[in-house]
Design a protein around this ligand. Sequence first.
Ligand code: NAP
Length: 232
Amino acid sequence: MSCATRPYVLLSCATSIDGYIDDAADQRLLLSNADDLDRVDAVRASCDAILVGAGTVRRDDPRLLVRSAHRRAERVAGGRPASPTKVTLTARGDLDPTARFFTAGESDRLVYCATGALEKTRERVGRLATVVDAGDPVDPDWLLRDLAGRGVRRLMVEGGGTVHAQFLAAGLADELHLVIAPFFVGDGRAPRFVGEGDFPWHPGRRARLAEARQIGDVVLLRYALSDRCADT
Ligand SMILES: NC(=O)c1ccc[n+]([C@@H]2O[C@H](COP(=O)([O-])OP(=O)(O)OC[C@H]3O[C@@H](n4cnc5c(N)ncnc54)[C@H](OP(=O)(O)O)[C@@H]3O)[C@@H](O)[C@H]2O)c1
């Protein structure tokens, strides 16, 4: 797919020093600090849609809304909804209709569902979201083209690892925001940023670091993964 026919794709992730995106405990692990969460909020506010995998919906139960009232008002004044469209994808359709993905805010919600789980998913969440038959397996490339057809020009992908790995391996990411928190997790049961994969950036083809910014006790590394990503 040519870049022009898919949205600009910005991947966002926070990891520990040793590359974990969560721990193995029940509660969600906070990696960012308040200033960085505010930066993430500004990035969200600049996007038309935010995507997370069904694993993150189940595990973290995120709201995926723009938090700042000022930023929400700015979006509305510009003719956009207060928060971006929420997007998730699932093969099994094990989505809880009481998850905040479905209940928080007034944003449009899209569930890209593998054909095999379509009926079950429509039964569960069909009155709360548009459930799209996305084939089997769901192809991120097709998903992006479908989002473009729905008017999404800028997409933020907030994880988790399975989803990030697919977009990266398929060369479908324009920009990566990687935040490093100042501690170790050190637990092999915890998830890492990405697992094994055939990634387009390797020792023979290094990614371009567009920016390194200290934000309190964390650091933001902004990688330009395509020519569409500006340096500033
Ligand atoms: N630190 C951070 O920045 C950050 C951000 C987000 C999440 N996280 C962490 O990431 C972890 C979750 O990551 P994860 O890798 O387990 O889950 P995930 O990437 O959020 O979601 C994986 C799930 O998405 C669905 N999926 C993914 N690709 C698909 C495809 N091509 N076709 C159909 N369905 C597809 C499947 O759902 P079904 O199982 O329903 O079929 C799959 O199990 C949590 O621990 C969370 O805390 C960390």
